[in-house]
Design a protein around this ligand. Structure first.
Ligand code: G4P
Length: 539
């Protein structure tokens, strides 16, 4: 092995690329902040929060996110922790952005699943968990807010196993609960760890103590200590044994208990997480499995975002590097178009700050300045062209007709909608006979329309109104005997085309959709397609 390849292997082995998945309010913002704090990327937790109730981390940049206190766009943060290079992908917590989240998770190697100990497994947790499962992403569970009186630890484990169908193996166990939550027993390290309290906005390590430590006894209470010991004995005999292979296969989740807010339990979570989380894995491609330490650079675009910085008016394509070494200025092949591409303008992000990236390795995410040639799912390669597993576009469930206030702005509207649809922020459909000039927008969640309206106004200077359409289902159509006129049912069922000219039909009800399928058996009704490639059935 030459020196260069040795370095590549060492860099790849050092990478941890992960996402945090949770239901809104479970504590993702708080945990993200603490990760940055403990990793030394932030000096004081809380410093990135807006005063006066607005909540946002360093990873939020869009104005609408600040206004609504939600994270709309997925961003990427890089920091070092315990000598490891961590890439944290921020996934939007809101239900309406599941498509964006899905795309982001395609770039992650591990996920931290946050559960609020008071609320247990919540609807958005279930959805996100299922995406991770589909993608075979290993999951580390963090039961948060243990400083509050929540459900019993055994009850929570049972709920995770029952609702999500994944066996749990507690990596640590809480000592005390609510106000008396004073430490954890680290089952992986066989150590009882006490938390001294201290400032919530500073790094606080925990230290090992004996079961008869007087301070612990006083803080947690003798009863809580006895209960924890009993529970640990029970776990030793009846709990799921830790099995790293099963965890990596997504068949077992280690569970940590703690409080992102008070810091109790945080340090052991992070220390173990960097070791448990796998380095970048081999990925399936059109030309077989590709190892992350393969010398030739390759990667895929999982996200595109225009106008991230209003002062720059630019468009950034986020690329997950899957093999090799990225060097700014390198020439690669853009596989979809077969054309060469020079990767000269590359950036990384930390809040509003962007830094030029000169070098990056498999597992890292780089933002590429894109003049408009890249699409979500596109592969970039240095060696033989390979395509990575595609990122499907889901069939939308909400539809509106765009109405333009000022007809003189039609050009700007077209530009805005073209760019937003390329970003994947919304799907764009047209009347197939072009009788109706105004396009139709389709979204997986209704909040997406609000974002589009806001961004059209702020970034493109176009005011629009949306007329709700009654459709709830969409299917792309494929087949030799396709007669679109036969599928028209005014006001209830309508044939349109997507931006790539593919036909699809919108239905008002599921019943109409089923009927159309039955009456047109030679036509394939498809619920998810790969952008830029021929359509295929949803997995
Ligand atoms: P999210 O990004 O998942 O939506 O959650 P976020 O971190 O914003 O946390 C939601 C609320 O839960 C916040 O309270 C936050 O302080 C609180 N929280 C997070 N972690 C913990 C924890 O470990 N223990 C307790 N007790 N609370 C926690 P808030 O009142 O909505 O906002 P704030 O005024 O505290 O910022």
């Amino acid at each position: 092995m030459d020196e260069q390849h040795k370095r590549l292997c060492a860099e790849v082995a050092n990478r941890r690329t992960f996402a945090i998945i949770s239901h809104p309010d479970a504590g993702k913002t708080t945990l993200t902040e603490k990760l940055l704090l403990y990793g030394g990327a932030l000096h004081l937790a809380g410093s990135v929060r807006a005063k006066g109730g607005g909540r946002h981390t360093a990873s939020d940049w869009m104005e609408i996110e600040k206004q609504r206190g939600i994270s709309v766009s997925s961003s990427v943060l890089q920091f070092d922790y315990a000598g490891r290079r961590m890439n944290l992908l921020d996934t939007p917590g809101h239900n309406d952005f599941s498509e964006d989240t899905y795309r982001t998770l395609s770039a992650a190697d591990t996920a931290i699943m946050l559960i609020d100990c008071v609320k247990g497994v919540e609807p958005q947790t279930i959805k996100l968990f299922q995406v991770c499962r589909m993608r075979g992403i290993p999951i580390v569970t963090f039961v948060n807010k243990m400083d509050r009186d929540g459900k019993e630890p055994f009850e929570l484990l049972d709920e995770i196993e029952r609702v999500l169908g994944i066996p749990c193996s507690p990596a640590n166990w809480p000592i005390g609960a609510g106000a008396g939550f004073d430490g954890v027993y680290d089952r992986l390290a066989s150590a009882l760890l006490r938390f001294d309290g201290g400032s919530r906005s500073e790094r606080v390590a925990m230290h090992a103590v004996d079961w008869d430590d007087p301070d612990l006894r006083e803080a947690a209470g003798a009863k809580a200590l006895a209960k924890a010991r009993e529970e640990l004995e029970l776990l030793a005999t009846a709990g799921n044994a830790w099995d790293r292979e099963r965890f990596l296969a997504g068949e077992l989740t280690p569970v940590f208990f703690g409080s992102a807010m008070t810091n109790c339990g945080l340090h052991p979570l992070l220390e173990h997480f960097v070791e448990l989380a796998p380095p970048p894995r081999a990925r399936p491609t059109s030309a077989g499995t590709l190892a992350p330490d393969d010398a030739a650079f390759s990667g895929f675009v999982f996200k595109i975002q225009a106008n991230m910085d209003p002062q720059h008016r630019d468009r950034i394509a986020f690329v997950r590097i899957c093999s090799g070494h990225f060097v700014r200025g390198m020439n690669v092949k853009h596989v979809r178009t077969g054309t060469p591409l020079s990767l000269s303008r590359s950036v990384q992000f930390m809040a509003q700050e962007r830094t030029v990236v000169d070098e990056a390795y498999s597992g890292d995410i780089v933002g590429l300045w894109d003049p408009g040639v890249l699409r979500i799912g596109d592969s970039l390669c240095e060696g033989a062209p390979v395509e990575f597993e595609g990122i499907p576009r889901f069939s939308p469930e909400h539809f509106v007709r765009v109405r333009l206030d000022d007809p003189m702005k039609r050009k700007q509207l077209k530009k805005g909608l073209d760019q937003l649809s390329e970003e994947g922020a919304v799907q764009l459909f047209f009347d197939r006979r072009r009788l109706e000039r105004d396009p139709i927008l389709g979204a997986v969640g209704v909040l997406q329309f609000e974002v589009i309206e806001h961004r059209l106004r702020n970034e493109y200077g176009v005011r629009v109104r949306f007329d709700r359409l009654p459709y709830r289902f969409a299917r792309w159509l494929e087949g030799p005997d396709l007669d679109q006129d036969k599928l028209e049912l005014p006001g209830r069922q309508s044939c349109v085309t997507d931006v790539e000219g593919r036909p699809l039909v919108l239905f008002e009800t599921e019943w109409l959709m089923r009927r159309a399928e039955e009456e047109n058996r030679s036509v394939r009704f498809i619920s998810a397609v790969q952008p830029g490639r021929s359509s295929r059935s949803a997995a």
